[in-house]
Ligand binder design. Structure first.
Ligand SMILES: [Zn+2]
Length: 220
């Protein structure tokens, strides 16, 4: 199964992708992780990427696509993959079509207000990085980490005005992909319009969508 996960920042794509990996038995391919690994490995490409990110400019599509093509050729991807963080634009989706066939695109459809409420209530531990939420996953003591007694704080990019900016970028550049995959009859929506819906419930939906798509694929 070759799966693409779509959804706004804060929709929980990473978390859901790692759960789906266990069910489908294919690797989770995150372009963010790939970039970090390539920099760490200090390859020629890694050095080039580091230059862009040091300057604070966007890494060109061409580089990301080269990395991705290399990753998807590895033996663990022969049965498929779960792609998270890519594609982010129509041009990237077209480039991906040139590298690999896609069997299913899952759209985590979460309204802006839910994302803002969720992320703006997120607290991070300064010491160990553990994540809490003032609404859905409260620490036992106010602003103190349950695990290490460290201080909990709000990350700069979890502030409402920053979240809104990231959401605007998503709605403008990435959301058109929903229609792109819908037109190819590859898209399935998973609506999450209740803040208190636990991620396990959302995952059950994702799992059943993926399993039916897999059965359909085996019959064709
Ligand atoms: Zn901690």
């Amino acid at each position: 199964m070759r799966v693409v996960l779509l959804g706004p920042p804060g929709a929980g794509k990473g978390t859901q992708a790692s759960r789906l990996v266990v069910v489908v038995g294919v690797p989770h391919v995150s372009t963010g992780d790939m970039v970090r690994e390539e920099i760490k490995a200090q390859t020629e490409l890694g050095e080039a990427i580091k230059e862009y990110s040091d300057k604070g400019v966007l890494i060109p599509d061409e580089i990301i696509i080269r990395l991705l093509a290399k990753r998807l050729r590895k033996s663990d991807c022969q049965k498929g993959f779960i792609l998270d963080g890519f594609p982010r634009t129509i041009q990237q989706a077209e480039a991906l079509d040139g590298i690999s066939k896609i069997d299913l695109a899952i759209n985590l459809d979460v309204p802006d207000e839910i994302i803002i409420q969720r992320l703006s209530n997120r607290l991070t531990c300064r010491k160990c990085g553990a994540i809490y939420n003032r609404l859905t996953m409260k620490p036992r003591r106010t602003n103190i980490c349950d695990k290490c007694d460290g201080e909990l704080y709000q990350r700069e990019d979890d502030k409402p005005e920053v979240i809104q900016k990231r959401l605007n970028v998503y709605r403008k550049n990435t959301e058109p992909l929903v229609e792109y995959y819908r037109r190819r009859s590859l898209l399935k929506d998973v609506h999450c319009d209740d803040l208190m819906t636990p991620p396990e419930v959302t995952f059950e939906r994702i799992k059943s969508i993926t399993e039916s798509a897999r059965k359909e694929k085996e019959h064709t």
